[in-house]
Ligand binder design. Sequence first.
Ligand code: HEM
Length: 221
Amino acid sequence: MDATATVTPFSTLIRTASHEQHTEAETSTFMSDLLGGRLGVDAYTRYTEQLWFVYRALEEGSEALRDDPVAGPFIQPELMRSTELERDLAHLRGADWREGLEPLPATAAYAARVAECARTWPAGYIAHHYTRYLGDLSGGQIIRDKAEKTWGFERKGDGVRFYVFEEITNPAAFKRGYRELLDAVNADDLEKQRIIEECKRAFALNTAVFRDLGEVFPLSA
Ligand code: HEM
């Protein structure tokens, strides 16, 4: 057995293990086109819709996990994004935003996996929680800035509220605290390894959503 596995903090292990998938998601064609300002606000809207399905699964599932000995410490109200996404969608799609809203196939598969973990495997749910929320607190801020400039949303206003964590005044400190939670996770080495595998799966599920979105919004130019 690799002796370093027992001494390297879990937060470092999970970050290092998902590094390659992170780069893949970050450099996906859809993300590159979106961040490169080459797509219209309709693509941004469709992307935000996909996020709503994913966060609904994450946050509906979180209620029942609040007192769970493994996932419980991660459930923090200041992270919740569903309300913000709904405000953004009302701005982007209008008051009847929910009407006719359907997930892309990859989004439906992603949300189903999150819901399944929430129901049956709290440690696996942590992998999904980490992949989304720590990402939103990090690279999400780059996306917000780009979206504001490209499509003219008010700074931190409707349309980009998803990226604004009103109750987290110091994201760097919050992320440090989050990594401490990961390091103290109530799981043995084998279970930690399984969480890392689920994290890689979470990244792959995100990349699949980008692939579906890329097919809906190919660059025609
Ligand atoms: C264009 C898209 C993206 C950009 C520009 C981006 C950028 C970044 C940056 C700069 C960090 C480092 C922050 C720090 O050191 O504290 C980070 C961390 C992170 N990102 Fe992304 N990212 C993108 C997409 C994604 C996606 C699609 C996911 C997964 C859904 C994701 C998940 C994460 C996670 C989990 C972390 C935290 C790593 C850790 O410190 O443990 N990111 N991202």
